[in-house]
Design a protein around this ligand. Structure first.
Ligand SMILES: Nc1ncnc2c1ncn2[C@@H]1O[C@H](COP(=O)(O)OP(=O)(O)OP(=O)(O)O)[C@@H](O)[C@H]1O
Ligand SMILES: [Mg+2]
Length: 140
């Protein structure tokens, strides 16, 4: 079994009276592709927002490569290697399509260790040596 890359432990997040996440536990292993499914309002976006640092978690722990992300600024989390997308894209109008696509890995690719994104390679040649494990986590 490959090592844990992201470990969400007992994470909770409430918006006033709305408990969006309650004691959530999720683990993503290196090379794994994990889907997150659930009905509208079940907390999928809130989880992404909490992991990426846009919302602070009320409780719990978020470990990425063994490092605690709770309380870390969103831009530092991005630099650590966590990239996110949005449901409504807002591209930079003054940049080309290629520049828009290349920007996030360039910003988040300054880590001193680990694989670095190569924006010149085609998607087909960027596949890992072994096929990723695929899974799905249902939200309550
Ligand atoms: N910024 C916010 N302020 C107040 N309540 C919020 C906020 N963000 C999310 N919520 C509430 O938290 C709950 C979870 O919402 P969330 O957007 O995470 O669900 P979702 O699973 O992403 O839904 P969808 O499938 O519609 O995208 C909902 O009740 C939502 O109204
Ligand atoms: Mg959502």
């Amino acid at each position: 079994m490959s090592e844990s890359l992201l470990a969400v432990r007992n994470v909770s997040k409430a918006f006033k009276g709305v408990q969006a996440l309650a004691g959530l536990e999720i683990e993503v292993r290196r090379g794994e592709i994990l889907g997150l499914v659930g009905p509208n309002g079940s907390g999928k976006s809130t989880l992404i927002n909490v992991v990426s640092g846009h919302y602070p978690a009320d409780a719990g722990s978020i470990l990425f490569e063994g490092r605690e992300l709770r309380g870390v600024a969103p831009h530092r989390i991005a630099r650590a290697g966590i990239a996110r997308t949005y449901q409504i894209p807002r591209p930079f109008g003054q940049l080309t399509v290629l520049e828009n696509v290349a920007l996030p890995p360039m910003f988040g690719g300054s880590r001193s260790s680990g694989p670095r994104p190569n924006t010149r390679r085609s998607a087909g040649s960027n596949s890992p040596a072994s096929p990723p494990r695929r899974g799905c986590v249902p939200m309550p």
